[in-house]
Design a protein around this ligand. Structure first.
Ligand code: BGC
Length: 766
């Protein structure tokens, strides 16, 4: 997968040779979806190393008591097996004359073309195309176009395959299998623990030289499988077209919850009938138009510059493509998984990735979706309360990994094997990576300020800020120095476990309580009804006193003589080792193959940005000197073993005026999934890194920031770019920004209100 500039300029990412060893890469990065449904781009025909995957947002199931809940891999709808004169069409045998697979991110169409000769010498010219509709959230449409150099008999086996598992864990019990009108295939399955029924329906339409083939299907019903068989005689030069229309509905879908399963079977069947009537081309056109409406016209970004700028522009569009695929904007009971809906990795769970890395994109471009993501946090308060209670604290303690609303903490307890002891490695994040609670509060505040959505704050936001602040007040520990400390945590840098006073955690907890105090006054003065409601719940006067006391006495780490902010109480006194080998590594996590986590904890080494994220979020709290000195100190010791790391480094490098560095780091961030590393995306794309790419462009080079409630734009374009254009929405007003090397132009496109913005140091009203 090289960089083909002309394809990239046409919004197309392409694979130009077939390699059965590295299927996972394209399955993930070329996946299709719409936030409801995510489908890995496994090929129609089967291969040994394939990982088929189809996930429906929010449908969590716990396989057994030893596993945590995860998104189950639904019955496959994509596979179509072709037999040409008895020989299976498969590119790992026979001879490939030409091959290309392309994803057009503008329209969401995946296509693959090949000329292949089987071992019996029969040559086929094949084109495979498919979409997951952005317009009809349940619909998948496929088209296969075949022509042959000989007269052949083509056999097709295609239907629904319920033998899918999550790497061996079978989440479903087998249900109804149906054939309607000898044409429509239907399969019902139900998750074993959460009891969610999935209904899938599929139908085929066949045409030979444009003539509809009205043949009944041969019906195959097997254990967990139902499929149709067709046998067709095709003459040399004739064109055979196979279209497959399929859909999926679940009892978790909003609106279908109370209906009985038979009714849902009807709905799925009817939808399939409508889709086949609509036809493949119309479904594609309608979905592509929706891509324009929801993404490209809504949040256009363009970059002009040297030759590579076309790749940079594509990288940010690619990020936008995936950020639409991953977000369940149709349902506020769901959130974004760390791998989106593109693979089993991280089990579909939601992390701080949402608030800190992804939310800014949605807030600034699609506030309705951003609101849903924050409503999810409100709706999952029961789980946060349960976690606090379980740990002996008060208020809302958000889970490090979150799934269904009342699941609470779902981080697995163990992973990997310790390279020294051979024992399972305990994952401490679920117990002590606690900064997630203030990250959630920070997300609420960001959303509220940037959108000005007072209704959200009144219904959910104020309560979330108070509830999280109550947690922190109960979490702090009074030390012998009469200061309040936060001991025994994991900060953002997960290579350091059981540390005390992680700067990020302490400063953010402090921020959280301060914000609650500020809102206390606002509500008391201006919104007495909301105050009264929350007072009833939280006894606000008492809570306020505690926050005041905690904020006065909380220990906030201060920079050392060299202006470096200590990441925690031990970091700066740990030993330094030569990290060159790991800094140059091709695959992440190299250090964990040489040292176990206990040893890593004794070394000045970081997995990812930690203090630097703090500088990014609370920009005005730290001086330039502290930021610069700390950036230099920690970057040297950071292995960027998390995909969240490069973007933060890049944005801060932009802020410090280090253009070259910022650009190089942006390049690294943008190549995490798009680049040529073949194994790292197998378990799914890196959701937060896509938010990070947008942040590098719009926050970093574009210079956008919300600071203390105000909007600031201060672009610093890299030397490689001549022009950067983007739009952002500030309190309902859409602003179009065009930045060049010589200046900046900002227009208010909405013009229903004035916008105050600081542009390159000057306050303007638009
Ligand atoms: C990172 C976390 C992140 C998680 C999910 C981990 O490797 O260290 O910061 O939240 O991946 O993306």
């Amino acid at each position: 997968m090289g960089m083909n500039y002309s394809k990239i300029a046409n919004w197309i990412i392409a694979e130009d040779s077939f390699n059965p060893e590295t299927l996972g890469k394209c399955e993930a990065i070329m996946s299709l979806g719409n936030g409801y449904l995510g489908v890995r781009s496994a090929t129609e025909e089967h291969y040994l190393n394939e990982t088929r995957g189809m996930f429906v947002a929010g449908t969590f199931n716990k396989f057994d008591k030893n596993e945590v809940t995860e998104l189950p891999n639904a019955a496959d709808l994509i596979a179509v097996d072709l037999f040409i004169d008895g020989e299976r069409f498969a590119l790992d045998s026979g001879k490939i004359e030409s091959y290309t697979r392309e994803l057009n991110i503008k329209t969401g169409v995946l296509s693959r073309s090949t000329v292949w000769t089987g071992s019996s010498g029969k040559k086929v010219n094949a084109k495979f195309e498919r979409i997951v509709s952005l317009k009809r959230l349940h619909t998948i449409a496929q088209r296969i176009t075949l022509s042959f150099s000989n007269d052949v008999t083509v056999k097709i086996h295609s239907g629904i395959d319920g033998t899918m598992t999550n790497t061996g864990s079978q989440h479903f019990s087998d249900g109804d299998k149906r054939f309607y009108d000898k044409k429509y295939i239907q399969y019902v399955q139900e998750t074993t623990q959460s009891g969610i029924a999935f209904v899938e329906t599929a139908v085929h339409e066949l045409r030979l030289d444009d003539n509809l083939l009205e043949m009944p299907a041969e019906v195959f019903i097997e254990r967990r499988k139902v499929y149709a068989g067709y046998t067709i005689e095709v003459k040399s030069g004739q064109i055979l077209v196979i279209e497959k229309y399929s859909n999926i509905y679940t009892t978790r879908d909003k609106g279908y919850k109370e209906k009985d399963i038979h009714e849902m079977q009807e709905i799925s069947l009817d939808a399939c009938k409508t889709d086949i009537q609509t036809g493949y081309d119309a479904l594609v056109a309608e979905s592509a138009a929706q891509w324009g409406k929801e993404v490209w016209d809504k949040a256009p970004i363009s970059i002009e510059g040297v030759k590579d700028a076309v790749i940079d522009e594509f990288a940010v569009h690619f990020a936008q493509y995936h950020m639409r695929l991953m977000v369940p904007s149709h349902d506020n009971r769901m959130n974004i998984g760390a791998k989106g809906l593109s693979g089993e990795g991280y089990k579909g769970h939601t992390f701080w990735d949402t608030e800190i890395f992804l939310l800014p994109y949605y807030i600034f471009t699609d506030p309705h979706t951003a609101r849903k993501l924050e409503e999810y946090r409100y709706l999952s308060l029961p789980g946060a309360h349960a976690k606090a209670k379980h740990n002996g604290y008060k208020g809302a303690m958000f889970p490090w990994e979150a799934a269904w609303l009342d699941d609470g903490e779902v981080t697995p307890e163990y992973c990997d094997v310790d390279i020294l002891t051979g024992k399972p490695v305990k994952v401490w994040s679920g117990f002590i990576e606690q900064h997630i609670t203030s990250d959630v509060a920070f997300g609420v505040w960001q959303y509220a300020v940037i959108t000005g959505d007072e209704d959200f704050m009144e219904q959910y936001g104020y309560e979330l800020i108070m509830d999280t602040a109550i947690f922190w007040a109960s979490r702090l520990e009074e030390g012998k120095d009469s200061k309040y400390h936060i001991n025994d945590v994991v900060g953002p840098d997960e290579y350091r476990e059981h540390v005390n006073d992680n700067a990020f955690t302490n400063y953010m907890a402090h921020w959280n309580m301060k914000k609650a105090m500020e809102y206390y006054h606002i509500l008391k003065d201006k919104k007495p009804e909301i105050f009264a409601r929350l007072d009833k719940k939280f006894k606000l006067d008492e809570a306020y006193k505690t926050w005041e006391d905690r904020c006065r006495k909380i220990f906030l780490p201060v920079p050392n003589n060299e202006n470096v902010l200590p990441q925690d109480d031990r970091y700066l006194s740990c030993k330094d080792i030569d990290l060159e080998k790991y800094k140059k590594q091709e695959h992440v996590g190299g250090i964990t193959r040489d040292y176990n986590l206990e040893q890593i904890n004794q070394i000045q080494v970081s997995k990812q940005a930690d203090c630097l994220v703090l500088f990014f979020l609370l920009e005005n709290e730290f001086s330039q000197e502290v930021k610069k000195a700390s950036w230099a100190y920690y970057e040297k010791r950071t292995l960027h073993d998390s995909s969240l790391s490069f973007s933060t480094h890049s944005v801060l490098a932009s802020d410090m005026g280090k253009k070259k560095l910022a650009y190089n780091l942006f390049k690294k961030a943008s190549m995490i999934d798009l680049g040529t590393f073949m194994g790292s995306s197998n378990a799914g794309i890196h959701a937060a890194s896509f938010g990070g790419v947008w942040e590098c462009v719009v926050y970093g080079f574009g210079g956008v920031r919300m600071l203390d409630g105000k909007l600031r734009i201060r672009p610093t374009l890299p030397d490689e770019w001549n022009k950067l254009s983007y739009t952002i929405i500030w309190k309902g007003q859409k602003l179009a920004v065009k930045a060049t090397k010589n200046g900046i132009d900002v227009q208010n496109l909405t013009k229903t209100a004035e916008v105050e913005v600081e542009i390159n140091g000057e306050v303007c009203v638009l």
